[in-house]
Write a protein that binds this ligand. Structure first.
Ligand code: ATP
Length: 193
């Protein structure tokens, strides 16, 4: 069966840290593909003022991953009832793609709060989980079904990129070149709203 890792995030915007991480996870966790699951804006939460619209964040992910044969942009959660809980997303994916084995990819920071996630026991019982290190988060012992994979820690964040754009600084090297200009345009437009 094809093995696909689900890598969720707001990707506001996607950056080279996300891509390097996904490539490393793909190789080290023996996955055929990693799907970048772009989280839609949660209608029950106040939108962060600098959160770009769902479709624009997805467009940037798609363009950034062009040419990366194992990495795919995914807007699957846009069409699910909101808010999108990982447990519901994984169940819907398994139903729609019966020939794929899904693995959940999460950072050490999210793993630390995993026991607060909706239906976390069910997720653990039904899906393999791969945890990757995050700065400042110690992972500790993990239960069966959870694997820790050592991946490089790249010091780059979406927050840093949004700030750089708004200060008129270059984001060269922080995002793939294919989306550099477009990302600048979208976040500049967003700040003018
Ligand atoms: P923000 O700065 O807006 O909080 P972010 O860069 O952390 O955003 P997310 O969209 O939340 O980006 O990223 C999805 C996941 O990617 C996060 O849960 C985090 O675990 C992981 N991630 C983000 N940046 C890096 C990085 N530089 N190296 C490794 N993993 C990262």
């Amino acid at each position: 069966m094809k093995k696909v890792g689900i890598f969720g995030g707001s990707f506001n915007p996607i950056h080279t840290g996300h891509i390097a991480l996904a490539k490393s996870l793909c190789e080290k966790a023996g996955l055929d593909e990693v799907w970048f699951m772009v989280s839609p804006q949660n209608p029950f939460k106040q939108a962060a003022t600098d959160l770009l619209d769902d479709s624009l964040r997805f467009e940037l992910v798609e363009k950034a991953l062009k040419g990366e044969s194992q990495l795919k942009a995914c807007n699957y959660e846009f069409h699910l009832p909101k808010p999108s809980y990982t447990w519901h997303t994984l169940q819907a994916l398994s139903k729609d793609y019966p020939d794929i084995d899904f693995t959940l990819l999460i950072g050490g920071d999210n793993w630390a709060a995993f026991d607060k996630w909706f239906h976390h026991d069910d997720i653990l019982a039904h899906y393999p989980i791969v945890v990757y290190p995050r700065q400042g988060a110690s992972i500790g012992a993990v239960p069966q079904g959870v694997t820790i994979v050592e991946t490089p820690l790249l010091n780059i964040s979406s927050t840093q990129i949004r700030q750089a754009i708004l200060q008129g600084e270059s984001i060269h090297g922080m995002v793939p070149e294919a989306i550099e200009d477009l990302a600048c345009r979208y976040y500049e437009m967003r700040s003018e709203k």
